[in-house]
Design a protein around this ligand. Structure first.
Ligand SMILES: Cc1ncc(COP(=O)(O)O)c(C=O)c1O
Length: 465
């Protein structure tokens, strides 16, 4: 298998424990003004290379966590470094416009080029923002505007609407709902948070919309050993979705779903499940929003994870961020609001980050990194299955699409101990859900990195007993 990042370190190399003394000294300073308790280590980002992160204590770690799935082509990729040395990037970095008011002409090139070039099939509009949560907020707003217009039979607002909306009492509209799934994460802004169901701590004390939540199938692995129970779980979930749509009596504007629940524990459903969802949403006239913030840009072995579902009609709105380095949404044109200023803010994204995304997309295409990720993913899931076979008392449920992969550990405390022990051995990995270890490496992750990561997880697990 081709190495896609020549010159990167041969393997992880540890000098201290992680977090080491230099990290702890920085954390002490940092904690005075910000909450730095979540920091794993302070990264010496200039020294990090390819799949390997270097921390301020000089430790070199193989990174399969990737800043929560945000590293597309590895640290300090030569193509990005070269682009950032160019006059074009220096200028873009020095000037951040209000893109809805006075964009530079280059912005139109970026919209026509990389941003529409990667649009999901059937999508002909794009909006850019900064983060995943903002992408979701705007997807929800697009769905509400679409649904409200339909409920009015395409008519414009009445004088009463214009008056009551200023008191947050728009007739009919406050009853509109979005269905989301148990275990889903769609962001932490107030609207998106009402659709987020992964952890109580994200939601406690924040007022929320009273929207329906339905079970996610969370198929068990290996799939062939659990076929019947997975089918039942999917049927139960689809029944719950249909019930919520029916009981909503026309008030459900949208359903939002991740192709694979990322934060919620790498929970999967089958292509047939998503096709059935698509049909239900069409039947009940609710928008189908697919949240590809964590899955988008190749990690699952196709550019968009939803390409693997074989849908007859594409999703209505697709949200994205993370590996793109900016946030955004693609829409089918009927879901784009008809009036100006409906999906709007000051910056509307950032041309610098869009230009960075363009370079990333060029490298991904030039180096065939999606096919590479598909092949690496097969090795990775096979290696995780091997681990489950060798240590069945500890590991189970190896699963993945591309390198978006995970394995379950016996219980949460053991998972956390394995993650910590693996970090001491030079593997930066993360958890998802209650007891899964997740892989979110860059698209340059290859066969030798799979071997190294698995060796370290196994050694970490053996060191516990
Ligand atoms: C599927 C999904 N949607 C939305 C978000 C929120 O993105 P952000 O943290 O950039 O707001 C995340 C973040 O992890 C995510 O995984």
């Amino acid at each position: 298998m081709t190495e896609h990042f020549p010159g990167e370190p041969k393997s992880a190399h540890m000098l201290t424990r992680v977090p080491g003394p230099a990290t702890e000294a920085l954390r002490a300073r940092h904690n005075r003004f910000q909450d730095a308790r979540s920091v794993h280590y302070y990264q010496d980002a200039r020294k990090s290379l390819g799949n390997y992160a270097v921390d301020v204590d000089g430790n070199t770690l193989l990174d399969v966590y990737g800043h929560i799935a945000c590293v597309p082509i590895g640290y300090n990729h030569p193509a990005l470094l070269e682009a950032f040395r160019s006059e074009r990037f220096a200028w873009l970095a020095a000037w951040r416009p209000a893109l809805g008011v006075a964009p530079p002409p280059e912005w139109v090139d970026l919209v026509e080029g990389p941003l529409m070039g990667c649009a999901p099939q059937g999508h002909d509009r794009v909006m850019t923002v900064t983060t995943g949560a903002e992408a979701v907020e705007n997807a929800l707003k697009a769905a509400f505007a679409w649904k409200a217009r339909r409920l009015r039979g395409g008519a414009s607002w009445t004088a009463e609407d214009l008056q009551l909306v200023m008191q947050n009492r728009q007739p009919g509209v406050n009853a509109l709902k979005v269905i989301s799934f148990e275990g889903g994460l769609h962001g932490r802004t107030l609207g998106a948070l009402s659709a987020t169901r992964s952890k109580a701590i994200h939601k406690l004390d924040f007022p929320a919309f009273d929207w329906p939540v339905v079970p996610f199938p969370a198929n068990r692995f290996p799939l062939d050993a659990h076929a019947a129970e997975n089918l039942e779980a999917e049927a139960r979930s689809l029944e719950a979705v249909e019930r919520a749509l029916r009981e909503g009596g026309g008030t459900v504007a949208a359903l939002i779903v991740e192709p694979i629940q990322g934060e919620g524990g790498d929970r999967h459903a089958s292509p047939a499940f998503f096709r059935a969802l698509r049909r239900l949403l069409t039947d009940y006239e609710a928008a189908f929003i697919v949240d590809e913030v964590q899955t988008g840009l190749g990690a699952t072995g196709t550019f968009w994870a939803h390409e693997q579902w074989g849908l007859d009609t594409p999703p209505d709105v697709v949200t994205w961020s993370k590996k793109f380095q900016l946030g955004g949404l693609h829409l089918r044109s009927e879901f784009a609001p008809q009036e100006a200023f409906r999906l709007f803010n000051t910056f509307l994204g950032d041309p610098l980050r869009a230009a960075q995304a363009e370079v990333i997309l060029e490298v991904v295409a030039r180096d065939g990194l999606i096919a590479h990720t598909r092949a690496t993913g097969e090795l990775l899931v096979a290696a995780l299955s091997g681990l489950c076979d060798r240590m069945p008392q500890l590991f189970s449920g190896a699963r993945g699409a591309g390198t978006f992969a995970a394995v379950d550990v016996r219980d949460a405390p053991t998972r956390d101990r394995i993650l910590d022990a693996a970090r001491q051995l030079g593997l930066e990995a993360g958890g998802s859900g209650d007891r899964s270890i997740r892989f979110r490496p860059a698209l340059i992750f290859g066969a030798r990195h799979v071997n190294e990561a698995l060796d370290r997880i196994e050694a970490a697990a053996r060191s516990l007993s």
